[in-house]
Ligand binder design. Structure first.
Ligand code: FAD
Ligand code: AMP
Length: 478
């Protein structure tokens, strides 16, 4: 059987499903192919983000944060709680219900917008034909005017720590522990390792994080990363930098992890081990040799700034192409491609992609770090404001962290904003908007912010660039 479409999208993660929905909104006859099955074995939409990534991890981060608040901080504000306990299976079941609700929501959005969902695998042939094999064995060749490839990414596996699906797991397995492991090892102090390490640490695990690099979060602002490391260590994450894992073996009821650091070889025994050493583009079974799409030297699908591959009218978006592996980056690429197919001319601004690490406090930033600007020889001014001086943060009993605004020394244009603090993930959106509109630090200083809010810390940090902050002592008085 063969069917014609204006657009066929392969992959229904955030990059693919947003592309498909926007195409359908623009009146294009659109199909989206998705191979994934959810935890319950039924076909599911939403990709890594909704099923095994952003959403389930945040459900567990939010739940475990509430537990820590109740356990460690409620009494500070006059609330006594007796007999506090964690019901892991209930917490996991709620997480699964959130996932189910959202993935079902995408199915509803597909239906409502007229996107044809095809459950099975898609393979790109020559001349924009797509071979589809359904989960039920049904085979179809689809002919498309345009094809959007959005197959996403999968966790990187490392030979020294082979997964066994029980004691040695990747990020997906770490979302489904049946009980709180007494001793947990995490390989990799990246975003995923820190978030999942935090979840189980908060619920009671003794967590050791083994990280090969000497520096903690090298992509973040140095000062912010140092402060964050101290705070996470104080919470109980034992972060061992400069340690390379060389082996991991399940022996009886435990995992024995071998690692090396500057002092030599070590062994660490844990009950569970999470391998969180990054993700790689997933292209298995996606391409035929004559489809015209090429890979780059790192295995990503090669695209230009407009997400065009080397094959005419074939695009690729999301984790499978260069750039940060973030859901919102993929979503913007998906929408850009859809709108270009629809005849519009949008662009993605890769300079304003926000990064967030959902630990507590959260770490979020957009734009350049001080170390990047120094390396580029750019002169800049810095303004900062500690949440310890924020009325709202004090009222909320959550005063850790700082906002830092970096502005060009000559033009005062904002070059980067870095937030360590409660709700940094929400606050950073203000910085993204400011940077998209080419705001100067002075512009932000001239805007009125509601009082008392955490957002005022952004206002004060922007004022502090020129020494005008009110609620902190300015070093540069003007
Ligand atoms: P994916 O979401 O991976 O979706 C691709 C889909 O394509 C998959 O469902 C796959 O089954 C399907 N597919 C692949 N090949 C085929 C084929 N041949 N035929 C049919 N279907 C196919 N990002 C954030 O921005 N914020 C976060 O808080 C965040 N937290 C994360 C937490 C964890 C634990 C993990 C693992 C990731 C997290 N991420 C987060 C990253 C985020 O999940 C990814 O950046 C995002 O899902 C990428 O979207 P995508 O659409 O490119 O790919
Ligand atoms: P990210 O790519 O942000 O998810 O981070 C993954 C982290 O895992 C990186 O900081 C790597 O340095 C780290 N890593 C990779 N391989 C190893 C290893 N064998 N031992 C310890 N850390 C590792």
């Amino acid at each position: 059987m063969s069917e014609n479409y204006d657009v066929v999208v392969i992959g229904a993660g955030p990059a693919g499903y947003e592309a498909a929905i926007r195409c359908a909104q623009l009146g294009l006859k659109t199909a989206c192919i998705e191979k994934d099955k959810g935890k319950d074995g039924n076909p599911t939409l939403g990709g890594t983000c909704l099923n095994w990534g952003c959403i389930p991890s945040k459900a567990l981060l939010d739940a475990s944060h509430k537990y820590v608040e109740a356990e460690a901080h409620f009494s500070e504000i006059g609330i006594e709680v007796d007999n506090l306990s964690v019901d892991v299976s209930k917490m996991i079941a709620r997480k699964d219900a959130v996932v189910k609700g959202l993935t079902g929501g995408i199915a509803g959005l597909f239906k409502g917008n007229g996107v044809t969902a095809l459950y099975g695998t898609g393979k790109l042939l020559a001349n924009r034909q797509v071979a589809f094999v359904g989960h039920d064995g049904e085979e179809q060749t689809l002919q498309a005017e345009h094809v959007i490839l959005a197959p996403g990414s999968v966790p990187v596996a490392i030979p020294p720590a082979p997964l066994d699906g029980d004691r040695i797991v990747d990020s997906t397995g770490a979302l489904d522990f049946e009980s709180v492991p007494a001793r947990l090892g995490v390989i990799g102090a990246g975003v995923i390792g820190l978030e999942l390490g935090s979840v189980w640490n908060r619920l009671g695990s003794e967590v050791v994080v083994l990280e090969a690099l000497e520096e903690f979060l090298p992509m973040a602002d140095e000062r912010i990363a140092k402060d964050a490391q101290k705070m996470l260590t104080k919470q109980g994450l034992d972060i061992r930098l400069g340690t390379r894992v060389t082996g991991a073996e399940v022996i009886g009821n435990e995992v024995v992890v071998q690692y090396q650091d500057a002092q030599g070889d070590h062994a660490l025994s844990v009950d569970k081990l999470i391998v969180a050493v990054g993700r790689r583009p997933f292209t298995e079974g996606l391409l035929t040799p004559d489809c015209g799409v090429n890979l780059d030297e790192r295995g990503f699908l090669y695209v230009n700034d407009l997400c065009q591959t080397d094959a005419p009218n074939v695009y690729a978006v999301g984790d499978v192409v260069r750039g940060p592996m973030l859901a919102h980056k993929g979503m913007e690429e998906g929408v850009m491609v859809a709108e270009r197919i629809g005849g519009f001319k949008p662009l993605v601004n890769y300079d304003t992609v926000p990064s967030v690490i959902y630990t507590h406090p959260e770490i979020a930033w957009v734009g350049k770090t001080e170390q990047q600007l120094k390396a580029d020889g750019v002169t800049y001014n810095v303004g900062s404001f500690p949440f310890a001086a924020s009325g709202r943060a004090m009222a909320a009993n959550d005063t850790q962290g700082t906002v830092k605004v970096i502005a060009d020394a000559e033009s005062d244009r904002i070059l980067g904003v870095h937030v360590l603090g409660a709700q940094a993930s929400e606050l950073i959106a203000q910085a993204v908007i400011a940077m998209e509109f080419d705001a100067s630090a002075e512009d932000i200083g001239l805007i009125m912010f509601a009082h008392p809010t955490l957002s005022e810390a952004i206002h004060e940090a922007a004022l502090s660039v020129s020494g005008h902050a009110i609620h902190t002592i300015n070093r540069k008085k003007k």
